[in-house]
Design a protein around this ligand. Sequence first.
Ligand code: 13P
Ligand code: SF4
Length: 364
Amino acid sequence: MLRLQVPLPDHYTTMSAAELEQSIRAAKQTLGERLLILGHHYQRPEVFRWADASGDSFKLARFAADNQRATDIVFCGVHFMAESADVLTGDHQRVILPDLNAGCSMADMADIDQVEEAWEALAEVVDVERVVPITYMNSSAALKAFVGRAGGAVCTSSNARAILEWALARGEKVLFFPDQHLGRNTAYAMGYTSADERVWNPRQELGGLEDRDVKEATFLLWKGHCSVHQRFRPEHVRAARTEHPGVQVIVHPEVSHDVVALADKVGSTERILAWVEDAPSGAVLGIATEVHMVQRLAAEHPDKTIFTLDPLVCPCSTMFRIDEPHLAWVLDHLVRGEVVNRITVDAETSEWAKVALQRMLDIT
Ligand code: 13P
Ligand code: SF4
């Protein structure tokens, strides 16, 4: 998807670190409680430090839904998170993404035309009244609206199991998009096996499946993935265990199942944070998730050995687009009463996306 971020005025790109810090601090002070800066765990440290609230995508969605006071919510994260915040906030609130090019390559792996085509193709083979569509939070508002209309819900990495249990109490099959790994890892944790799943390839007719496959599968898993998390391989876990006997291996559920199978703990970024905080002094923790988060945790817990399982650094390039110059730029506009980079979801999409998001909030 093409989104255009206008180039920043030179003033911002040439500011020193100290000038940027001063500018952001002053803008925050002026804006006071009108402003809420939300920061995802993957943000670079110089941005993360400005967040009024931080969390995984679920916690940040809750913050957005619960905060009525701030009129301007600056979302230091990626586009789908800002869209969800816009859906969940009131009409008096505006959501701003400091860099419009901060998307998510996984979210872009399923678009509304492909999902509608998949649904129509499924309807020719099975009764779609018995199929519950579930979209990962990492998806466009249009996909969330689709699942809202079709009786499904949104899930995040922290509540996928509860949402899938809910879905299978309502229907007999789940169409899960766009991350096959989160879908598979959650299904297996619930006791299902590879016999219960089929991968739906949106580029092929009927997802590349036979009618029989569609009828037999409990989980139809969209062929999507996170390019950051799929880098982690079982060899990384084995190497960590050889090099650090006693290491605790903690992974995000977007990694592939062969890595999950070797891990000690699997959870969302917020759970990873909690496990690190709860680990005793001297603990050795090898983590498979975005590297800025791992580095921050290592810096915050010098009494523990914390390292990324992938020795070749593994950043999320879109999260990394949010930097201090862009943050200073949007805040300066707000101080002048101007809004740049507002993220809005049209009324009809928003209405149905909210249904799907609210189901998630109500279930978990
Ligand atoms: P969390 O919900 O765990 O924060 O994950 C979001 C994400 O994009 C992970 O890649
Ligand atoms: Fe998307 Fe992966 Fe980046 Fe998360 S880490 S925002 S899933 S590209």
